[in-house]
Ligand binder design. Sequence first.
Ligand SMILES: Nc1ncnc2c1ncn2[C@@H]1O[C@H](COP(=O)(O)OP(=O)(O)O)[C@@H](O)[C@H]1O
Ligand SMILES: [Mg+2]
Length: 338
Amino acid sequence: MSALTLQNIDKVYGKTQVMHDVSLDIEQGEFVVFVGPSGCGKSTLLRMIAGLESISAGTLFIGDKKMNNVPASKRGIAMVFQSYALYPHMSVADNMGFSLSIAKTPKQEIKQRVAAAAEILQLTPYLNRLPKALSGGQRQRVAIGRAIVREPDVFLFDEPLSNLDAELRVSTRREIANLKASMPDTTMIYVTHDQVEAMTLADKIVVLRDGRVEQVGTPLELYDRPRNSFVGQFIGSPKMNIFGSGDLAVQNWPHHNTGIRPEHLEPATPKTAIVSGTLEFVEKLGEYSLAYLRTATGCEFTVKFDRSINHAIGKELHFKADHNNLHQFDSKTMLRVD
Ligand SMILES: Nc1ncnc2c1ncn2[C@@H]1O[C@H](COP(=O)(O)OP(=O)(O)O)[C@@H](O)[C@H]1O
Ligand SMILES: [Mg+2]
């Protein structure tokens, strides 16, 4: 039995259908990331699981119980939002314990659960402070702590890092990874539009586009064998190059487009090259450089170089790629062919 099962879920707002036939199994203790571009339906799906949105069609099970009409407060779920409001006049401890005191949990138990959550989140030294005396990252941890104290079976996060600056995002991301390790039986669903967060945190990634599931798999499954060119280009950075058959030196696959990641193109001679292009622009990023090129047929592509790239703009360069690193997509359906 899965911890959470979605069967053929649709969501309709008025006349607009925003989720289409979403089916998914999530195991207990799994960390699942919903990823996709803005507007693809990540929050809507999460809110339907939480009980904050109705389910237009299909069935949601938590364990073996049908949950479609069970109120949010009875689903054993806690949710952490992107923008979190802490009570400014309450201490960290009171903010974290607030939902428990509303539920008339005994004071001693509140204290214990708050202390345990503070320990996991490294907030113990700050329990008596007011929110205004905390950094942005610490405040977000208090918001997570409020959810932990409820001891949910399922933990939902909706882009919890997107209001933090870049450095804090990286450190808070590590804390979320630690949180997952310290609560191995708690199922977690995490929504982000950031493929790096998805790759680094997920046991399982669900890629969404326009309200549909495009692919479900481990981070490396999606990187190695994307089901279609959308997933190929969404997972991995910089994004996968897609070449038409006429853009390549070999024409073995007339009805295919070929995907090659920027990190998989290597310098070659004109004879051994699979693709050639004119260098248009270089970005030096310290550890590596990105070269932006264009084939004679007009197709733009990117190549990841080590830092020593020293070619003049306008020069023609040649590249090869290992056969295992070529992704063939049908040029009509853009579905993976092999
Ligand atoms: N209350 C609503 N009424 C009508 N349309 C909505 C409502 N909420 C979300 N949508 C639409 O549903 C789609 C998915 O939105 P959302 O789940 O917020 O996407 P994401 O979280 O992936 O950015 C969008 O097209 C959005 O405009
Ligand atoms: Mg959203």
